[in-house]
Design a protein around this ligand. Structure first.
Ligand code: FAD
Length: 405
């Protein structure tokens, strides 16, 4: 392979480039990103970065010299088309990048807020550093904040806004926080914690419209017709994978760019990964699965780099995830999809809890709040047989770390 072109310079794209060099790849690497500046990490954007706890520099994966010494050519440009026949990527600037192998790491964009008034000033989704840079000074001054969607990003932001002294109101269509990915027990723990921090929840409640004054948000109207004052509205209602380039190039799309077990698209010269890709997940009965996490982007990046360097292997990493809200660190190992029973370890009062999620008597996920040791043990247990059963876990004095050892 003389040349690898990577579209998207986020977590996944950066990792492919870095891992290729680590694996000894000596050819040309072109990393194309349409955001300004050096590639950076997104997770702090809705947490520590907004609180001013970490600087711009510490968001970066690596300093500028890294790209020079590793001979990774970073192009600030937008890929506008993939010409598969001639193995070329066309760029907005008019430039052309030719490849022997192409990696699509285009990520996802925020699902837009589908109500009147969404275009008003003071209404935000958080995706890029540019969003957080505009939001950071505003949240420090905001008095009434409305968060739409009680998912991870919405609640991370709610915790930040509450800590900075705002009155925070969360509207959520479902009946509990983070319901898509969390057990009922862990949802309840986080609901209690947020309420303790002063966050108000409105479950089974949608947003009807955003109300403005002189082009700026001043209130929102809920689905049941109430008006809530708001000088800032932040929404986190899911993301949509960026598949336009892949679609136009004739690749298969199914909730993302469809790839096989080794993360190849239907074109053997094109791989896809990260938030943009849908792969047969071993931890989800090999169902087509799209995951939005740093772990997924990074491990898939390593898997693709290894394959390109002659070490092919099906992608098989255990999914894991974390979120920081207030003084709580939630870490999830595995996927709890379809769990049918749980065992709770630890102390709910102290908010040091692990929820073990079982499906058909098999451990499928462990959610740990402020129990880092359990999370690390769970990652090892879930990555290999034998499976832990609910009977064993429910026994008096059961200790996850001891069982793992
Ligand atoms: P991205 O990192 O989104 O990168 C894709 C890049 O491709 C973007 O820069 C995009 O602009 C660029 N691009 C797209 N199309 C083109 C094109 N045509 N030409 C050029 N460039 C293009 N995950 C966790 O595990 N834990 C967390 O706590 C956590 N917190 C998060 C908080 C926030 C605010 C956000 C937004 C995400 C968070 N995530 C978290 C999710 C995690 O950041 C993503 O899963 C990860 O970034 C996915 O990596 P990616 O490379 O696939 O996509």
């Amino acid at each position: 392979l003389a040349s690898v072109v990577i579209i998207g310079a986020g977590h996944a794209g950066f990792q492919v480039a870095a891992s290729l060099r680590q694996e000894g790849y000596d050819g040309k690497i072109t990393l194309i990103g349409d955001e300004p500046g050096l590639p950076y990490q997104r997770p702090p954007l809705s947490k520590a970065y907004l609180l001013g706890k970490i600087t711009e520099t510490s968001l970066l994966f690596r300093p500028a010299e890294f790209f020079e010494t590793q001979r990774i050519e970073l192009l600030h440009d937008q890929a506008t088309a993939v010409d598969r026949l001639n193995r070329r990527v066309l760029l907005a600037s008019g430039a052309v990048a030719t490849y022997d192998h192409l990696v699509l790491a285009t990520g996802a964009h925020n699902r837009p807020l589908p109500v009147p008034g969404a275009e008003l000033e003071g209404v935000f989704g958080i995706k890029a550093k540019a969003d957080a840079d505009v939001l950071a000074p505003l949240v420090k001054e905001a008095r009434n904040v409305v968060v739409v969607g009680a998912g991870f990003i919405g609640l991370e932001f709610a915790a930040v806004a509450a800590a900075l002294g705002a009155t925070v109101h969360v509207l959520e269509l479902g009946d509990r926080p983070m319901a898509r990915a969390l057990s009922r027990e862990m949802s309840e723990l986080f609901r209690d914690a947020h309420e303790h921090w002063g966050v108000h929840f409105d479950f089974r409640q949608g947003l009807a419209r955003v109300i403005g004054e002189n082009g700026r948000v001043c209130a929102v109207e809920t689905s049941d017709g109430r008006t809530l004052p708001a000088d800032l509205v932040v929404f986190g209602i899911g993301v949509i994978p960026n598949v336009q380039l892949a679609t136009e190039a004739g690749l298969q799309i199914e909730n993302g760019i469809k790839v096989d077990a080794s993360l190849l698209t239907v074109d053997p010269q094109i791989s896809a990964l990260g938030d943009a890709a849908c792969f047969p997940c071993l931890y989800n009965d090999e169902q087509p699965t799209r995951l939005e996490s740093v772990q997924n982007a990074v491990d898939q990046g390593r898997c693709i780099a290894a394959r390109l360097m002659g070490k092919p292997a099906p992608y098989s990493a255990l999914p894991w995830f974390w979120t920081d809200q207030g003084n709580l660190k939630l870490q999830i190992a595995g996927l709890s999809t379809g769990y049918d029973s749980t065992v709770v370890l630890g102390s709910v009062e102290a908010r040091e809890v692990s929820v073990l999620c079982f499906r058909n008597q098999h451990l499928v996920a462990v959610e740990s709040c402020n129990r880092m040791g359990d999370h690390m043990a769970a990652r090892k247990i879930l990555a290999r047989p034998p499976k832990l059963t609910p009977q064993t876990a429910a026994a008096e004095g059961f200790d996850l770390k001891a069982w793992e050892a």
